[in-house]
Design a protein around this ligand. Sequence first.
Ligand code: AMP
Ligand code: MG
Length: 511
Amino acid sequence: MSTLPTPSADAALPHQNPDHPDGGLAWRNGFAALGPAFYTRLRPRPLPSPYWVGRSAAMARELGLSDAWMASDEALHRLTGNTLFEGGDALASVYSGHQFGHWAGQLGDGRAIWLGETRGGQEIQLKGAGPTPYSRMGDGRAVLRSSIREFLCSEAMHGLGIPTTRALAVTGSDAPVRREEVETAAVVTRVAPSFIRFGHFEHFSHNRLHAELKTLADHVIDRHYPACRDSASYSANPYTNLLAAVSERTARLLAQWQAVGFCHGVMNTDNMSILGLTIDYGPFQFLDAFDPDHICNHSDTGGRYAYNQQPNIAHWNLFCLGQALMPLIGDQDQALAALEVYKSTFLEAFHGQMRAKLGLAAGEHRPSGPSLDAERALIDATLQLLARHRVDHSLFWRGLSQHVAGGPADPVRDLFIDRAAFDMWLLSYSEHLSQINRGLAADLMLKTNPKYVFRNHLGELAIRRAKLKDFSGVDDLLTVLSRPFDEHPGFESFAALPPEWAACIEISCSS
Ligand code: AMP
Ligand code: MG
């Protein structure tokens, strides 16, 4: 079974008038058409004297927004929530979920306000635009540091080719926001074909609102997974097919996270996208040294969301989704079988990712290439080598790609204190390489192993400057991280080993 691509934004729609104060965005009735059981209509709460912190020109182009509009005060005020878009439909949605393995009850958009869905099929949300009926004890705000991290990481993930919610802009205001200390407010404009989470389904199922549960599932299938209605699909039941399709997409997402060394940090079921997108950037981290047990969330004292736990946690979360869908699926064995799709897809997709990282996929067409067992052994040995020697993950893979492309092995060897261990490994890797086309392998590796990832300390440095109203660090990172496989002369330091203080950065759920 294959999943369909999500609808792409309709760039520069013919009916869009870029001179309109709304940038010419035209809206259609998407999630709002589901009815009031799913959300509360409300207005964002304005912030005083907003200013631009960052803007993604690539995202603006995809939405058909002109450079002139993106530079205007109209845009600044609309993307801060101070002025509403005409024809949009501001609302906050209700969801529930499991947090850290426990049922947390009702949650909902506590600080994200949905503005509507564009005719191109992209929903737009303002995160941090004020309180909603689902804010519980929260203030509905987001602080500058976490908003910059979300903005940059969304665009970085997109640049890496990893499914994610996108970000159009971040605006800031000097309005104080109280966290561990007093900080300032910011708003991220997020963009995605859908912000529906596993937790939306859990909400209606838990509250025995089965008609609403079906409405929601039908909406997701009709909009995003139409193949689930095909009789030739995985099963005759479209909701079982939905579970299988979400399992498949989630498995592919997790394989990509693991391969690039991305730790999400808070994989609660309310932070799991029904489209298999990376969503809700909080205490995430790209690995520096390869430590499989790495915990990036300072609040996760038990390590539930450690890097090497992520694939199992995603399966656990899918199980919660399966339970929520049981009133529609009916048969437990069918649901369990659909969940099996996750395991088989993850193993296949992760193997595929690792083959590409090692350049082995380039030898696919050569019948004399390495056998599957030999490949598996090489992949295991490589991961064990990285873990044993705590080697910098991104530098290892990029350096290896450059070596295969004809460069010296020394930059990779020098990452190891025990250089003999690396030489032994290189010997066995070279045997594999000798069986495939090295030029093709190098091309593939340089497109698979990024030179630039959004390391914590890079964000930290840009945030420090942004707090002083110097946003050039945000701009520079956006430029580089949007094209992470390219060389960016002048920005070599963004691809260097992290400084020692990077290990002391503590990022928690506070945002
Ligand atoms: P998160 O851990 O960021 O995924 O958030 C979990 C829940 O808390 C969601 O329902 C959020 O909307 C809500 N939340 C987090 N921070 C705030 C805040 N500052 N104000 C209101 N709600 C919040
Ligand atoms: Mg969340």
